[in-house]
Design a protein around this ligand. Sequence first.
Ligand code: ADP
Ligand code: ASP
Ligand code: MG
Length: 431
Amino acid sequence: MRQILVVQKYGGTSVANIERIKAVVQIIMRTRAAGKNVLVVVSAMAGETNRLLALSKQLSDCPDRREIDLLLSSGERVSSALLSIALRAAGCPAISLTGRQMGLVTDNIHTRARIKHIDTARVKKILKDNHVVVCAGFQGISEDGDVTTLGRGGSDTSAVALAVALNATACEIYTDVKGIYTADPRLVPSARKLDMVSFDEMLEMASLGAGVLHTRCVEFAKNFNMPVCVRSSSDENDPGTRIGKEDPQMEQPVVSGVMVDKNQAKITVKGVPDQPGIAANIFGVLADRSLSVDMIIQNISDEGHTDISFTLPTTCLSEALPLMEKIAKKIKAQEVASDSNIAKVSIVGAGMKSHSGVAARMFKALSRESINLLMISTSEIRVSCVIRKNQAKLAVQALHAEFDLKKDPLQKSKPRKTKPRPIKKKKAMAK
Ligand code: ADP
Ligand code: ASP
Ligand code: MG
């Protein structure tokens, strides 16, 4: 068996059609020709997951989540089988596997399941037999034997989890951009590709809306110190972006990137009695359903009543709202309101730890564009503001310009290597 194992994940655009699948076959075969074993994880062909979801919505406003998982998992089955067929046709031994077949066991929280463990015996056996294993990403199997999925974008997490479980040398995420940029290059054309991003920064970037990586894949990579490389499947010469441990010797940029998340909604429970245990009640019911809440704000109490607002992913709104209506009645709150016309814009940078005034600069830049801040939250290496959705693009562009991100802040001007050459008399004369 070849000693080195590389996990390569190909996103939806990288397997979007027959031509792209054939291009992926070439990358895999070149990796094998370099003496490495390859385990591949694929997403569904571009647009397929959305197509399947739209079909289900034509039949029900709120389709059952167990059925959604079975439906959506078919997208990755198709692409993994097609890639395996293409590899075999090119003379490369390959076997495709579903979530169940690769032994990826999750909890039973349908549509956002978490990986519990991976039984790698079968995968190891296939790799030992010198085959490429092509795994259907995004899916697993619950302990009750039901098909589960890991949440939108979850194939990244399948890839890193398999890389960790198999002790792979590296995990390469092939996508439709050349790496991680200072902002979404679709929103900010002058965004700069970063050569290296620390696990902590990437964790913030991913959870703040840089959809290029699934947040839980970065958690896995960080916890198990698995180096990840994000690169383009249509430009193999570009080394992409490395994601790894922060180098303490290196100066960290104050702001590395600007992120925006337009898939956020805000719920406000108004006129809540200002008493101990009320917040625990509200957030307890959400936690019981594994609904993750992001920012929380409680207003100053007015005559024994207060308002509590929080944000959560838009996809969770229809599930959270009825729960809030119910709890509002129980705790005698006045009303529940929701707003999905919001976006969260954030700046991230490991160097923020040792610099002050960064948040003030962010707020000033946004106010110059007359952007109103609805909520604010910070961490050691991040500042986030909730704003109106229609101002999201303007906000990202303003912040990218304010922090001058198109320039590399750590790039020192290079010293001149040679002395300036004496000007030849003849040429100087000619001028
Ligand atoms: P895949 O289908 O390969 O998983 P995704 O669509 O999930 O690809 O992620 C790639 C997309 O992420 C890019 O096309 C880009 O528009 C978006 N993106 C958002 N923020 C960033 C960022 N900071 N750097 C790079 N890409 C980003
Ligand atoms: N196909 C799934 C999605 O579109 C998973 C993935 O692409 O990672 O979200
Ligand atoms: Mg993705």
